[in-house]
Design a protein around this ligand. Structure first.
Ligand code: SAM
Length: 239
């Protein structure tokens, strides 16, 4: 059975969306991964299939009902032990480490919220992992789910063109990636670094390493500090 994403959503037509294009789309066509959706609406209650209700304690907006979400999740959950993830700005920030873990398993079941989000009790009852794609608020979990799935799918065997492309990229070793250059060697008065045209592989590797470290230090002091702390704890060479 290929890696399978099961998306629980009020908007199943949003999937696979952009993931039906390019490398992920080709992977989908080739059966390297599968994208299933479970529409929440038929689980809704009453004449209008309501999935939401007013929040206890008052306040703006609506909350997705636990009984409705529970019924959909029970049908969506799989026997293969795939983790169940709720996309929410209150969740743990999604990292490349999470992505690698999800991609290495049988797939993932993703719950997409709408309105003010989901009743807390159903998240507890299903022991759902809560994951955020960043410190901003989207109108719904579907675009966040697409981000999560894109990051996973590109790591699946056979999806990316070159087996090497995932090895040296940003976060693979706790650093951001070095800058890239291609033809022409000089463009609008700006020359590509000589070392990259030198053919000296050791010098190129050294330059790229230094650039990765510089960019990480300048742009992401949080990553740089975490890496330094990790190096001291493990006795690894300090960056
Ligand atoms: N009231 C919620 C709060 O302040 O945390 C925001 C709800 S948001 C309008 C509706 C849905 O969008 C959420 O239930 C969640 O599924 C999704 N969402 C919004 N921002 C997100 C983010 N940064 N990461 C992941 N999912 C997000």
């Amino acid at each position: 059975m290929s890696w399978t994403a099961t998306v629980v959503t009020l908007f199943p037509e949003m999937f696979p969306g952009p993931l039906g294009q390019s490398l992920a789309g080709r992977g989908l066509e080739q059966g390297l991964w599968r994208c299933e959706t479970r529409d929440l609406r038929p689980y809704g209650l009453g004449r209008h299939n309501a999935v939401d209700d007013t929040p206890f304690g008052g306040g703006a907006g609506m909350v997705m009902r636990p009984d409705v979400i529970d019924a959909a999740l029970n049908d969506a959950k799989r026997a293969d032990g795939a983790p169940c993830v709720y996309m929410t700005p209150r969740g743990r920030p999604l990292s490349q480490t999470d992505v690698r873990r999800y991609a290495a398993g049988p797939g993932v079941t993703v719950l997409c919220g709408r309105y003010e989000g989901v009743d807390e009790r159903v998240l507890e009852a299903h022991e759902i992992e809560e994951v955020s794609i960043g410190d901003y608020v989207l109108s719904g979990g579907e675009t966040a789910a697409l981000v999560l799935l894109d990051a996973c799918v590109r790591l699946l065997p056979g999806v990316m063109g070159s087996a090497d492309s995932g090895v040296e990229e940003s976060f693979s070793d706790g650093l951001l990636e070095y800058p890239h250059y291609t033809r022409p060697a000089e463009w609008n008065g700006r020359a590509a670094p000589d070392v990259l045209l030198s053919g000296n592989h050791a010098a190129i590797a050294k330059w790229r390493r230094e650039q990765s470290e510089r960019v990480t230090r300048e742009r992401r002091p949080d990553l740089w500090a975490a890496r330094s702390a990790d190096s001291s704890a493990t006795g690894r060479e300090t960056p």
